[in-house]
Design a protein around this ligand. Sequence first.
Ligand code: RAM
Length: 923
Amino acid sequence: MFKKSNFKYFACALVFLSVIMSCDSKGSLENALDLTVSEGFENPLGFYNANPTFSWKLPVSESNKSQSAYHIVVAGSPDLLPDNADLWDSEKQTSKQSTWITYKGKPLESRQKVYWQVKYWNQDGEASTWSETNHFELGLLNNSDWKANWIGLDTAKDSIRGRGKVLIHKPQYLRKGFELSDDVTSARLYITSKGVFDVSINGENVSDDAMSPGFTTYDKRIETLTYDVTDLIESGQNMIGVELASGWYSGRLLWGTTPWDNRISPKVLAQLEMTMSDGSKEIIVSDDSWKGMTNGPLQFAEIYDGEIYNANLEMPDWTTINFDDKDWMSVEVAALDAKVKLEPKRHTAVKDKIKLVPQDITSNDGVAVFDLKQNMVGVPVVNVPMKKGDTLKIRFAEMLSPDGTFYTKNYRSAHSTDYYIAAKDGDIEYQPKFTFHGFRFVELSGFDTSETPTKDWVTGIVQYSDFEDNGTFTSSHDKLNQLQSNIVWGLRGNFLDIPTDCPQRNERLGWTGDAQVFGPTSMFNADVYKFWASWLQSVREAQLEDGAIPWTVPDSRGNKIGSSGWGDVGTIIPWKIYMRTGDVGFLEDNFEMMKNWVRYHQKKSNKHISNMMSFSDWLQPFPESGDNRGDTSRNLIGTAFFAHSAKLTALTAEVLGKTEEQAKYEALYQTVAKAFDDKFFDETGKVKGVTETQTSYLLALAFDLLPESKIKNAQTNLLRKLKDADYHLRTGFLGTPLLSRVLDDMGEVDMVYKLLFNETYPSWFYSINQGATTIWERWNSYSKTEGYNPMSMNSLNHYAYGAIGEWMYERIAGIAPLEAGYKVIKIAPQVKEPLTSASASLNTPFGKVLSSWEIKDGKFDLEVVIPPNTTAKVIIPADTSQTLEIDGKTFEDNSNMKLIATGNDTFELEVQPGTYTFQSKLK
Ligand code: RAM
C-alpha cells in the first residue's frame, strides 16, 4: 500500500526534481546580455563572416561570479529556437569562455539569415534562461554572387587635370527605373562603387552612411554594402538613383600614383534582390539599361579639395519616376575583375556622429567666421540666406593666424573649400557629401549681406566610422582632462574608415607607424575592434611578396619598401589588440603576416643588424641633425624592432600552440637582441658608436634587449638623458609611447608624472597651453609667442602623441589586463601629486570595469567594479600599518576577496566580481 510518509517523500522528490529541472532546462538566472558576433557586431545585416564567433556578457548580479558552462543554439528560423536548432547546437559545454566561441555548425551561405541564442550556467551550476534571439544576415560573400556589372560614364574622356596633375572626374548621376507587378515582402540592395556613392530609391535616401564603401586595397578588395530596402519598394513603377564621385578610388591622393588607377572613371555595382508576395524572386542589376549624366548640381567633388554645388542644376525628383531622363546617356559597362574580391564591409560605415554648434561668430565686410571651439573632422551644414546666382564660399581652418586670418598653410595643396551657387533668393541648406574637412573655424562669404550672420547658420557635422565610446577617463586636473579630450578628438578625427595620420591636408593616409603607436589607446576610448580587424585585412593584402608592409595602407605610393617602426604595425597591433580582446582567432588571422614581416626584417639586416629604411624617431624635438627623423640611429631602431617583432611572433606562436615556431622566433629574438647589445651598447650599458638619445635607451629597455647586468646602468643613463634635457622628453613618434611604460617598469612613476605634467616645451600640456583641442603633429606646431611652426607639415590633428592615453587608463586610473581580454584584471592606480582623484571605466569583453579613486582628508577611497566571469588583482596604496576598510568596515577575507600580500605601501587583494569601495590611509 502507498503509505502517507512515502507520499510525503515522493512529493518532496517531485518538488526537488522540478527545482532542478527548472534550473537546468528553463533556468532561473537572468539571461546573457550584449550578444555579439565576431568583432563585436550586434545583429548585423550584410555580415561578412560565414565563420563567426559568438560572445555575450553575464548580467551583473549577486548570483553571477563566473560561468561554468554555456549552450549556443543556431537556426535558420527563430521559430526553431531553442529546441530545434537546425544549423548548430553546441550542446552544453563545460567552459568559462563567454567570448569568441567559434561557430561549428553547417556551412553558411551568402544571404543566409541566421538566428541564435545562448544560455549559461554560473559557478554553482545554476542555469540562466535563454537569451533573447539575436540574428545576422550574410552579405554577398563571393564574386560569383554578383549578376551585376560595373557601370558608369566615361568621365576620364573629357576630364581636365587638376591639382597634382590628377584627372578630375565630374560626379555622375545614374538611374534605372523598373516595374513590379506584385508587392515586395523583402528587398535587399547590395551595392558598392569604385569611388564613393549615395543611393536613393523612389526619392528616399537608402541610408545615412557617408563616403561608402570606404577605403580598401582596391586592387585586391572592394567592400560592398547591404541595405534592407523593403519599405522603399512599391508595387508598380520604381526608380533607383545613384550619385557617384571619385573618393579615394579615382580621386587625388598624395603622391598621385596608385596601384589602382586615377584614369579609371568611377563606377557603381548594384544588385537589388527582391522576394515578392507570391514567393517569386525579382532582381535588378546595374547593367547597360541604366542611364547617366554629369550635369547635375554636384559639379566637382574631391576629398582634399572640396565640392562645387550648383543649385541651378538641381533635378528635383530625379530618383523618382516623375522625371524625364531623355537627355541622359547610356552607361558603359565593365565586367567584374576576378582578381578584385568583392566582400561585405567588415566594419561599420562612416556616419554623421556628433553635431557641434558655433560658440562664437565674427563678421566683417560680408565675411562671417564661425568658431566651433573644437577641432573636428567632417562637414558643415550651412543654412544661409542667399541671393540668386551668388556663390557661397565655405572655407575652413583648424586655427587662426595671430592677425585673425585663416591659417591654411598646413592644408598644403588641399584646397579644402566648398562652393554653393544659389538658384533663388532665400535660405539655402547645404551639406557637402563626397568630401570631408578638418577644421574648427568655418568662414562664409557670398551670402546675402543684408542679413546679419547668426550662429545657427553653421553646424559642424562630425563624421567617423560608426562606433561608440568604450571608456571614460577623468581626473581632478583640468589640463589632464583636456589632454584626454584631445586624445578622443584625435581618434574621432582620424578614424574615418581607415586610421589616418591626419584628416585635413593633402595626405589623410593610413600611415602604419602612427597606427602602430596609437592603436592601443584607441581601444580604451572607443569600440574599435572591428575597425582594426578590418584595416589589418588591408595590411595583409598590402603586404608585398618579400614581407614588406608599405608605409601607408591602403598603399597609394607603391614604392615597395617598408620602414622599421612603421611596418611593425603588422606584429604590434595584432598582439596589443589580442591582449585587450583575448580573441585568439585574431592572432590566427594575422600570424602569417607577422612571420612575413619578420622575414622582411631578416632580409634587410646583415648579421642581424638592421639596415632597413626608417622614418625613425619621427619629429623628435631639438634634432641635432636638423632632420625630421631625429637623432636615434636608424640601424639601432631597425634592429630593436626586428627583435621585438620576432618576440611578438614567438608569443603569438605560443598562444596558437605552435611550439616549434615559438622556439624558432624566441631564438631569433635572443640572437637579434644579442647582436643589438653587442653593436650598440658598451660594457657599462651605455649607447656606443651612435648618437646617445632617450629613444635608444627606451627601445633597449622596452623591448628587453639588454643582458640583466646592463639594465640598471641603461636605466641610469636614460635618467641622465632626461636630466640633461631638464626633465623633458626628447622623443618623437617611436620613443614617446615607450617613455611612460619604461619609466614605470623602472619604478620611476614620479618621473612619468613629471613629464606628463610638464607645462613647457616639449610636453603634452605645452600644446594645451597654446590652445590645442586635439593632439598636434609636433610638440610645437604652434606657440603663442612664436606662432606657427614654419614647416607646412604641421597638422593640428595628428593622433600619434596621444598614445600616452594607454598609460592614463592603465596606470593613473589603473585598469590593465593581467590576462588577455581582461579575464584577469589588474587594478593598480598610481596615486601621485598633483592629482587628488582619477577615474576610468572601460567596457571590456566581460563587461564594465571601473576604477575610481579620490584622496580626501588624508584618506584614500577606491571604488572598483569587476564584471562577472573575471577576477581581479587590486593593489591599493596604503599605510599598511593602518587598517584597510571596505564600505566603512574593517576588511576581512571573505568569499569575495582575499588579501594576498601586504607590501610596504600597498595591500594586494584578489577580488571576485562585484562593486566595492575600499578606504585606506596613505603614508
Ligand atoms: C608624415 C605623416 C605621418 C608620418 C610620416 C612618416 O607625412 O603625416 O604622420 O608617419 O610622415
